[in-house]
Design a protein around this ligand. Structure first.
Ligand code: ATP
Ligand code: MG
Length: 175
């Protein structure tokens, strides 16, 4: 793989949802979308509500299967589990375990990404400082405010130094 391999490559992506409970029976969320994001680039996907931004990201992350077309991360098709090795993701509506503290949450995600020991501990401290949550590191997430949860979400997306970061509505709830 060369440096010229795009970080993101989406080709002719179409996603249609079957919605048996509504009259039309299907919703086309994305129609024939093609885009490339080079390594090192910051790319903003902007569009009105319901225009398919989150759907596109979920296909890229392998959470949804495309109806047609394809998506790839650093040249690996999104259907492959190893395409996600180097990705950090902040979903639109992240779900976290309420009984874990901020530090425990980051430890959980860090371990999932293969970090451990002193490296993990250092990285947790760095991330808590980055999102300004050092004061709340030992408080349970059940008691976090919406903005604090968004901050922990950003920290978990970055914990393992991913080559690619995909953030859905990263500034939502932040002040
Ligand atoms: N699981 C699903 N089942 C049925 N329809 C869906 C599903 N997910 C998304 N859709 C539909 O696909 C379209 C695109 O939704 P999507 O969430 O991708 O939009 P978005 O651009 O992220 O919007 P927003 O700015 O509100 O976050 C919408 O019409 C939505 O209702
Ligand atoms: Mg969305």
């Amino acid at each position: 793989m060369t440096d010229a391999t795009p970080a993101i490559s989406i080709k002719n992506l179409t996603k249609v949802f079957r919605t048996p409970t509504v009259r039309k029976h299907f919703v086309t969320a994305v129609t024939n979308l093609s885009l490339e994001v080079a390594s090192g680039q910051i790319y903003g996907l902007i569009g009105p509500n319901g225009s398919g931004k989150s759907t596109t990201m979920k296909v890229l992350l392998g959470l949804l299967k495309p109806t047609s077309g394809s998506a790839a991360i650093f040249g690996r098709d999104s259907s492959r589990v190893d395409s996600r090795n180097d990705v950090g993701f902040l979903p639109e509506n992240p779900y976290f375990y309420k009984h874990l503290t901020g530090a425990e949450t980051l430890a959980f995600y860090g371990k999932l990404c293969g970090l451990q020991g002193a490296v993990l501990r250092e990285r947790i401290a760095e991330m808590l400082a980055l999102v300004d949550l050092e004061h709340a590191r030992d408080r349970r997430l059940g008691g976090y405010s919406k903005g604090m949860l968004q901050r922990i979400g950003l920290a978990q997306a970055l914990i393992h130094h991913p080559r690619l970061v995909v953030l859905d509505e990263p500034t939502g709830r932040l002040r």
